[in-house]
Design a protein around this ligand. Structure first.
Ligand SMILES: [Zn+2]
Length: 83
């Protein structure tokens, strides 16, 4: 897949939402999710992209930093697992 911003080839991978052992020691368990909002925020309706402890296939552009996430299903490679 090529980057939609700069057209360089993107690296295959995934994104994942999970806690870290440092966060657990400092704050305990806290569930966090990644949400997407329309830029106008007129509706203020959020779309959950990745839930806590879940993963999605993603591609990263090492040239400009753009990350593209396939929010339409679980990651094909499973999760890395939390700490
Ligand atoms: Zn790019």
């Amino acid at each position: 897949m090529n980057c939609g911003k700069c057209d360089e080839e993107m690296a295959d991978g995934m994104v994942e939402v999970h806690g870290t052992i440092g966060g657990f020691l400092l704050f305990g368990w806290s569930l966090q999710h990644l949400f997407w909002y329309a830029s106008d925020r007129v509706s203020r309706k959020a779309t959950m992209v990745v839930g806590s402890g879940r993963a999605r296939d993603a591609w990263a552009c090492r040239e400009c930093g753009l990350i593209t996430i396939n929010a339409g299903g679980e990651a094909s490679k499973g999760t890395r697992g939390s700490f």
